[in-house]
Design a protein around this ligand. Structure first.
Ligand code: ZN
Ligand code: ZN
Length: 400
């Protein structure tokens, strides 16, 4: 594709059935079927794998990250423990101090391989972009932003987005802008780069006063040389598309222009959706698509289009996640999709969920009425936090 100024604008998704192995348990809220249904919906719309071979969006295969690559973020002893607990019959109790074998992060067979494949997917995407083969890649199996240096957390074992950012810095001396729009604070990525002025982390999320992991307040702006290079926008329950997009417009483009990245990595978890069972924000699929269009424009404006987008949270596996991430893919590829979801995909969705499938991509996607007081609180909190960031972070970037 061509974006009108002669710039190559090729894009891809990364997906393979290997991602179905990242199933923490059969009852776990993070269901890998959401990735399968996303890939199938993108395909059913004809974005990938068209008969004549003229697909708009290529499909890349992930690879497995090496131990040295994982060690860009994780302790070697932690990687060894993950591997040790990946064999059948391993005992949960051995992993507790590493965050493994908990309710959020049960151990599972092939845990190391499945997690290293997601990290490798992010690395493959980053390499293709830096080589100039692709402008935009959407790695919706990635975005495991809670994994820490030596501890699994929040459904995340290896932090693929932090590993990709660290590798870009190591291999290409790249300045990386990391934008995280998951409903939960991107704590693992922030922690890895908290004192690093070459990787700027920006996280929009439901306030830690209400939601896991309980961090990400406006006062957390980085430390040492990294002061001013971590930005946190905590949001209140009931935050709508309008409030979210206004905060994006006020903060993200000016931060990106001041920082001047070589590449943008985004975490596009869709658990800020109003119907998500784990969170209390009130975004819609139209809102996510509009957000994706803005990120797309920004990447072209500030870093030659280099944009690695990732998935993340999203716990309405059947009715929301495939729609949100297909809408994101359409924004990345600059195509308009029919509102009616393809019938073949709806049949597959019904088979897998045992329930009625959604009918439309964005239509009929409205949160139940939100009372005035909640809306006012959400609006005021976002405005106040935005103002505070402008006063604390912007002067540091302007001076630097
Ligand atoms: Zn583009
Ligand atoms: Zn989340």
């Amino acid at each position: 594709m061509n974006d009108g100024n002669g710039m190559s604008d090729d894009c891809a998704i990364i997906y393979s059935d290997a991602y179905q192995k990242y199933e923490l348990s059969p009852w776990h809220p993070m269901k890998p079927v959401r990735l399968l249904l996303t890939a199938e919906l993108i395909r059913a719309y004809g974005l990938t794998g068209s008969e004549d071979g003229n697909a708009t969006v290529r499909v890349l295969e992930p690879r497995q990250a090496t131990d040295a690559e994982l060690a860009l973020v994780h302790d070697k002893a932690y990687i060894e423990k993950v591997r040790e607990l990946s064999v059948p019959g391993a005992r949960d109790a051995d992993g507790m101090s590493w965050g493994l074998g908990t309710g959020d992060n049960p151990i599972f067979e092939d845990m190391h391989e499945a997690s290293a494949t997601i990290a490798g997917g992010a690395l493959a995407a980053a390499e293709a972009i830096m080589a100039g083969e692709l402008a935009h890649v959407f790695h919706f199996g990635g975005g495991l932003h809670h994994a820490h240096r030596a501890r699994a957390s929040g459904f995340c074992v290896y932090n693929d987005v932090a590993i990709a950012a660290a590798s870009l810095k190591q291999q290409h001396d790249a300045r990386v802008l990391y934008l995280d729009f998951d409903a939960h604070h991107g704590d693992g990525v922030q922690e890895r780069f908290y004192d690093d002025p070459r990787v700027m982390t920006v996280s929009f999320h439901e306030s830690g006063r209400h939601l896991f992991p309980g961090s990400g307040f406006t006062g957390q702006i980085g430390e040492g040389e990294g002061e001013g290079y971590a930005v946190n926008l905590p949001l209140e329950p009931g935050t709508t598309d309008e409030i979210f997009l206004k905060a994006y417009d006020d903060l993200v483009p000016p931060l990106a222009r001041a920082f001047a990245p070589d590449i943008i990595i985004t975490q596009n978890g869709c658990d800020a959706h109003w119907d998500d069972p784990l969170t209390h924000l009130a975004l819609t699929v139209s809102g996510f698509q509009e957000l994706a269009r803005r990120q797309h424009r920004l990447a072209h404006e500030v870093c030659g289009g280099r944009w690695l987008a990732s998935g993340g949270g999203g716990y309405q596996a059947f009715s929301v996640v495939p729609r949100a991430w297909t809408a994101h893919t359409a924004a990345m590829a600059q195509v308009e999709l029919e509102e009616e979801l393809p019938e073949g995909w709806r049949r597959l969705c019904r088979e897998r969920s045992g329930a009625e499938a959604p009918r439309y991509l964005t239509r009929d996607d409205q949160p139940p009425a939100i009372d005035r007081a909640t809306l006012d609180r959400a609006h005021d909190a976002a405005a106040a936090a935005t103002m505070e960031i402008k006063q604390t972070v912007f002067p540091i970037l302007e001076a630097g």
